[in-house]
Design a binder for this molecule. Structure first.
Ligand code: AMP
Length: 470
């Protein structure tokens, strides 16, 4: 049987058969063409939303963002901090090493993944590690020290979203690398205090010293001994912290763990002479500058790289230090980090402020924010020729520094004047068919409605006389 089949398969079809097959195929195609087209059910395209814990910053929010960012930048420049921008994506190992494997940020909150090149990368959860990486990578140790950086940008932490706690948020930060004097710690604290005060926000500063790795070891042993006796009463996380990161026991927000903090040994009692003197130095500078602060022996901060001074800024209407979860910013000294990331031993200090939280507070406190710059001129045009001529004029006005708006579609004069009013411009230029023929343009003062006809070719000069550009 298989043999016969094979033979049949190899047999060439006769000419008549081929023609018959062709005819059948053509008829099939024809019948398909004549068939009424079945209407396909078109599914409505699905719409998309931002990811949980992430937000669009819309135009209506712009004035807050611009105001806070510009003020921060001006402050930073006055204090001698220069701008730095580092990539949002970094090697995951950078944060494992700098922030610490046992911290919440690294162990629970990292947006990390393996990229197409099999590299383990992550969206940065904070920027200090990146700035230090950059300092070491570019040999900035050879620059006059300290090197003072200012940055602004998005950070990512896979946290439980709530008011003031997002998965993508923005930080303004300062890092001063290469200076051990307590004056830098005090200067950074003073900067933030003044900056927030200038925004209209009163703050409470909490400050502590967590010592250096040497004196901290003895303290850790003391702390472990204290908590070991109370282990059964601790939350699950703290039971792990007791073994892996005992300092963080003091940082726990769980109610059950709060009670134990009261009688826990305090690190300030265990500081070595160098750390003690440094801390006293910071406080003396702060006293000198008149900044009010609270000594908080339980403030440890959640990142492994800190040494000596640590501090946090809270809105002054927050209730109860221990309950506070809405810090506007925090920072401290990280004298070991440069070396830990491959550089030479280099002392450093920094701070990061949360922009969303600052803006939230500005709104809550009804603090008035200056409006963004309004347009100077509205250009209204009527007719095709005027539209073309005004297109060039708008560009000339913009080149001269004016903020010019116009209507792109074919609206009547009344509608365009309404738009000009809404935009809040002082002057509207009107170019109609008559003006095109006469080589003129109408300048309308919006407040009183007074109109004046000027030479079209002198429009820019005339407007420069009327509007003083800043
Ligand atoms: P940290 O890097 O944790 O010291 O945070 C510094 C500041 O960034 C905090 O004081 C907050 O103002 C802000 N911040 C930290 N985490 C978040 C978050 N998940 N959402 C919004 N702001 C945050």
């Amino acid at each position: 049987m298989p043999k016969i089949k094979l033979k049949m398969k190899n047999k060439k079809p006769a000419k008549e058969d081929i023609q018959k097959m062709k005819k059948e195929k053509a008829a099939k195609v024809q019948s398909k063409v004549e068939q009424p087209i079945k209407e396909k059910k078109i599914k409505a395209p699905r719409s998309f939303q931002t990811l949980k814990g992430m937000k669009d910053i819309l135009a209506s929010e712009n004035k807050y963002w611009e105001y806070v960012k510009t003020k921060a930048k001006n402050f930073a420049l006055n204090y001698g901090y220069e701008s730095i921008e580092t990539p949002i994506l970094e090697e995951t190992a950078l944060f494992n090493r700098a922030v610490g494997n046992e911290t919440d940020i690294v162990s629970k909150e990292m947006f990390s993944f393996v990229d197409q090149g099999e590299e383990n990368v992550c969206l940065r959860p904070e920027a200090t590690a990146s700035v230090v990486r950059s300092y070491v990578q570019h040999g900035m140790l050879n620059l006059p020290q300290p090197v003072k950086f200012f940055y602004f940008g998005p950070m990512f932490r896979y946290d439980r979203p709530q008011a003031g706690r997002l998965r993508m948020f923005h930080q303004i930060g300062l890092e001063a690398i290469g200076e051990e004097s307590p004056i830098i710690d005090a200067e950074i604290i003073f900067f933030v205090y003044n900056f927030l005060k200038d925004l209209g926000l009163k703050t409470v500063i909490e400050i502590n010293s967590i010592g250096c790795p040497k004196c901290r070891e003895a303290y850790k042993t003391k702390l472990i001994n204290y908590y070991r006796d109370r282990k059964s009463g601790l939350c699950e996380d703290c039971q792990k912290r007791l073994v892996k990161n005992p300092l963080r026991l003091l940082d726990c927000k769980e109610e059950g763990c709060q009670a134990y903090k009261e009688d826990a040994p305090q690190i300030v009692d265990w500081l070595c002479d160098e750390c003690k003197n440094h801390f006293v130095g910071v406080l003396e500078y702060l006293d000198e500058s008149g900044v009010i602060y609270n000594l908080n022996p339980r403030l440890v901060r959640g990142l492994d790289y800190y040494t000596k001074t640590v501090f946090e800024f809270f809105p002054d209407n927050a209730d109860g230090v221990e309950k506070r979860q809405d810090a506007l910013g925090g920072g401290g000294r990280y004298d070991g980090l440069v070396e830990y990331l491959g550089g030479r031993p280099t002392p450093a200090c920094g701070v990061a402020l949360g922009l969303e939280r600052i803006i939230l507070k500005l709104k809550e406190n009804n603090i008035e924010i200056p409006a963004l710059r309004k347009p100077d001129i509205f250009l209204a045009q009527l007719g095709e020729q005027a539209r073309k001529k005004s297109f060039i004029l708008i560009e000339e006005l913009r080149k001269s520094g004016f903020y010019v708006v116009h209507s792109c579609s074919k609206k009547g004069l009344k509608k365009q004047l309404e738009m000009a009013n809404k935009d809040g411009v002082k002057y509207t230029l009107i170019l109609g068919q008559k003006e095109v023929i006469d080589g003129t343009i109408i300048v309308r003062e919006m407040e009183g409605g007074a109109q004046e006809i000027v030479d079209f070719n002198k429009t820019v000069q005339e407007m420069k006389k009327k509007i003083i550009l800043q």
